[in-house]
Each structure stands twice: as structure tokens, then as C-alpha cells.
Design a protein around this ligand. Structure first.
Ligand code: UD1
Ligand code: CA
Length: 454
């Protein structure tokens, strides 16, 4: 039997108090909808259909990279109405897995079990028993435990509200039966919506057997309806990621102060101090240490690298043995070869630095090619921008640049050249020479400092 997967994502998410559709809010850097999509797409399936509505075009553009069928629900008349919009695109002999776009942490393992549970009777429902069921639909069973119906919290009486077994919103139903039952839904309830959940009672009356299963962890089924729940879920997710990394041999000084919004491939004996934020795609080698308060994005870091506290690194390649920071900023398209040292208040952009080169203090290096074993003194600036265009600076091997030098690009400094402190370089410097541009120093004898008038 083929599997069609329907993800409901048309609602506004009123309780988020946001212009952005709820499913586009992010958990660990990825939209809620993408989390659900990725769990679902791990199952063998024929198609994934996303029911969208509120903020529609926004959702489509943001998820344009994922293969799926878009189903428009013009008016948000309820979850039952939403599923109905997708049914014309689903063949009668498919199984249909229905998911909510706002329940991000469900695992593909659980979803597979749910599909298996639905195989013999054509109906499987994922429920969960939780301490605080508020906000969820409650599962109503008879004395023998047979599932009778689901009652939404807003329509429930006090006794029903005290039930702790809840509807996760996730179910698998044979398409043919679903199409038959869905016609019978009405909106005679508090919210005046066509509830998908009413299908349980319709199916049960029709003699269907509904198999229920529960997930391994109740967190998997937690829906996000407001920003408090989003923040709680974020911390939980980060905690899980930190624990997985620690088990793989990474030292994390405080898993409660660790954030990974993306994918991290990491070696052994890496130490991550507090408040480090990783984003995007990252690769880190062995024996690397990362100091407190660093933000590192889309970067490759080789072995034996030391990153001191308070560095911001974006889109860079860092060679083995490099030492960076504290307070360094490495901007996109920077490539550091082995054993490069970058010190405090140094900014590097779109530049390559050769082996053993050192820039230890207060410098800006942009659009520059630096050779190996170059020493760049404090306060050196590549003047790469003339107000209209960017220009390149080339600094060859073994160059020594004195402090407070400006290199007005485009310019080349030949290998082994020395630049005297305080120099403004405007012309190419030949290999091996000393270049210096400095007003001669004068001494004025008996100089009297001005005094304040009384
Ligand atoms: C729903 C269930 C509830 C369950 C809970 C689990 C119903 C009636 N209630 O309640 O039993 O415990 O999920 O999290 O199904 N949506 C649409 N179109 C609509 C309305 C909603 O696509 O017209 C989408 C929403 O974007 C959301 C999902 O359906 O992704 C669930 O809607 P929501 O309003 O959050 O339902 P809950 O009140 O959480
Ligand atoms: Ca919800």
C-alpha cells in the first residue's frame, strides 16, 4: 500500500501573536514545518501534501527547496476541512498519514510504528498520556478501553477535561474510508470548525477498529501554540543535541548554555565552553577548543585549533594549529592556512592567509592575499574600498609590516619586504626593500605647553 502524507499548516497560529504563519517560526534554526517534513520524508511515501493557507506565499517561497505538493485551504475552517482539501489528490487505495505542522519533534521511528499499527484495520491513532493535558483534545474510551471519540478541550466537560490521555493529532487512515467519513463532519461545536477529530466517533460508529499507539517520549507530540512553548521546546531540543555530542566525545562545559542551529560534524576531544552558538553547516576536527561566547557559522575548522572567547566566525576555513581571538571577527570567504594567529580586535574579510602568518592586534584585512610567515603589526589597515569599488592587496611571503600601516589597494608588497611603522603604502613595494613614508621627526627645544588662563 502506498503512503500519502498530509501535513496541516494552514492555520495562522493566533496564539503566537505574529504576522508570520506559526509553522514558519523556527526551532533550532529550522522552521517547525521543516522539522515535521524531515521526520515524515524518512518514511517510504508516494507524496507529501502540505495544506497551506494563512501567509501562503511566504510558506511556499521559504520551503520551495523541498519536494512536495501544495494544497491551498482558502479559508481556515478547521483541521477536518483542511484534510478534505488534499483528498482529491490522493488515490483511494493509499494509506494517509496526517500530521500537524506545529508538532516539530515527532520522530520517523514513531511515525513508522503508527503506519504499521494502521495496516490491518486501516486506522491508527497516536495518543499520549501526559501530566498536564491542557490544550489538547482528550481521548474518550468506554469501560473496556475501546476508543469512542475525541473531545476538544473547549467542548469538554469537567470530567472529560480531567482525562490525561490526549490526541496528538497524528493518525493514519485508509484513503477510501477517510473520504467516506470526512463528508459526515459538521461544525456544530464551540469553535464552529470542522474538526478532524470528530472522524474518530464517525469511524467507531461505522464499526472501524482504531489501533492506538504511544510515542517513546511525550515530548515528541508536544504542539507549539505560543512563544513560551516554543522557547521551552528550543531548550529541550538543544539539551538533546548537547547530550548526543557529549556521548560522542565532545566536552560541553554547560549543556544548558549550548546552541546548535544546523548540522555539526565534529571530531574527538573538542572542548566547547559556555554560550557558544553554532549555525548552519559546520565541520570541526579533533582537539579543538572553543572559548566562551563564540558565534560560529558555516565554517570548517581543522585539528588542534584554539578559538579564544568572544569570536565571531562566519563562512571560513580554519587550518590546523590556528589560534584565534579573543575578540576576533572572521568574515565570509576567509581561508586561514596552518598555524595562523589572529589576535584581539582583528577583522578579516574575503582573504587568504598563508602558513604561520600572524596578525595579533587591532587590524582590518579585507580582499587580501597574504603569504606565509608574514607579520602584520598592530593597527594595520588594508584600504580596500575607494567609495565605489573594492580593490585587492597582495602581501607576499615573509613580509614584515610595522604597526599603524595603511595599504591603499590595489597594491602588492613583494616577498621579504619590510614596512616601517606608520607608513601609508600607495605604490607597489619590491621584494626585500624597506618601505617607509613618515614625516621626519623634529625636536623643538624649550617648548612650553600652553597653560590654562586663570
Ligand atoms: C489539534 C487537535 C487536538 C490535538 C492537537 C494536538 C483538532 C480539532 N484538534 O488541536 O485534538 O490534541 O491538535 O497538537 O484537530 N490547521 C489547518 N487548517 C485549519 C485549522 C488548522 O491547516 O483550518 C492546521 C494548523 O496550521 C496546525 C494544525 O492544523 O498546524 C492543528 O491546528 P491547531 O489549531 O493548532 O489545533 P489544536 O487546537 O492544537
Ligand atoms: Ca496545535
Amino acid at each position: 500500500m502506498n503512503l500519502s502524507i498530509v501535513i496541516l499548516a494552514a492555520g495562522q497560529g493566533t496564539r503566537m501573536k505574529s504576522e508570520i504563519p506559526k509553522v514558519l517560526h523556527k526551532l533550532a534554526g529550522k522552521t517547525l514545518l521543516e522539522h515535521v517534513y524531515h521526520a515524515a520524508s524518512a518514511l517510504k511515501h508516494r507524496d507529501i501534501l502540505i495544506v497551506y493557507g494563512y501567509g501562503g506565499e511566504k510558506i511556499k517561497t521559504q520551503l520551495a527547496h523541498l519536494p512536495m505538493t501544495w494544497i491551498k485551504q482558502a479559508k481556515q475552517l478547521g483541521t477536518g476541512h483542511a484534510v478534505k482539501q488534499a483528498l482529491p489528490d490522493i488515490p483511494d487505495d493509499d494509506l494517509v498519514l496526517i500530521l500537524n505542522g506545529d508538532v516539530p519533534l515527532v520522530t520517523s521511528v514513531t511515525l513508522k510504528q503508527l503506519v504499521v499499527a494502521a495496516r490491518d484495520t486501516g486506522f491508527g491513532l497516536l495518543t499520549s498520556t501526559i501530566d498536564d493535558p491542557s490544550g489538547y483534545g482528550r481521548i474518550i474510551r468506554n469501560k473496556k478501553g475501546k476508543l469512542l471519540r475525541i473531545v476538544e478541550e473547549k467542548d469538554a466537560n469537567e470530567v472529560e477535561r480531567s482525562i490525561c490521555e490526549i490526541n496528538t493529532g497524528m493518525m493514519v487512515i485508509a484513503a477510501k474510508s477517510l473520504k467516506r467519513w470526512i463528508k459526515k463532519l459538521d461544525n456544530k461545536n464551540t469553535r464552529k470548525e470542522f474538526y478532524l477529530t470528530d472522524i474518530i466517533e464517525i469511524a467507531a460508529r461505522d464499526g472501524a477498529t482504531i489501533n492506538t499507539i504511544k510515542p517513546d517520549s511525550p515530548v515528541e507530540i508536544r504542539g507549539i501554540n505560543n512563544r513560551v512553548q516554543l522557547a521551552e521546546m528550543e531548550r529541550y531540543y538543544q539539551y538533546i543535541q548537547a547530550h548526543q555530542l557529549m556521548r560522542r566525545g565532545v566536552t560541553i562545559m554547560d549543556p544548558a548554555r549550548f546552541d546548535l542551529r544546523g548540522d555539526l560534524e565534529i571530531g574527538e576531544d573538542v572542548l566547547i565552553d559556555i554560550n557558544v552558538l553554532f549555525e548552519g553547516r559546520l565541520k570541526i576536527g579533533n582537539d579543538v577548543s572553543i572559548g566562551a561566547n563564540c558565534c560560529i557559522k558555516d565554517t570548517i575548522i581543522a585539528d588542534n585549533v584554539e578559538i579564544l572567547p568572544n569570536c565571531v566566525i562566519d563562512n571560513a576555513i580554519i587550518g590546523s594549529g590556528c589560534r584565534i581571538g579573543p575578540f576576533s571577527r572572521i568574515r565570509p570567504d576567509t581561508h586561514l592556512d596552518e598555524n595562523v594567529h589572529i589576535g584581539n580586535f582583528v577583522e578579516i574579510k574575503k582573504s587568504t592567509l598563508g602558513q604561520g602568518t600572524k596578525i595579533n592586534h587591532l587590524s582590518y584585512i579585507g580582499d587580501t592575499e597574504v603569504g606565509r610567515d608574514v607579520n602584520i603589526g598592530a593597527g594595520t589597515i588594508t584600504c580596500n574600498y575607494d567609495g565605489a569599488n573594492k580593490h585587492k592587496t597582495i602581501i607576499e611571503d615573509n613580509v614584515f609590516i610595522g604597526s599603524d600601516t595603511q595599504l591603499v589597494a590595489p597594491v602588492t608588497v613583494g616577498s621579504g619586504a619590510t614596512i616601517g611603522a606608520g607608513t601609508t603604502i600607495t605604490k607597489n613595494v619590491k621584494a626585500g626593500v624597506l618601505a617607509i613614508s613618515r614625516a621626519e621627526q623634529k625636536s623643538i627645544r624649550n617648548w612650553k605647553r600652553p597653560k590654562k588662563k586663570k
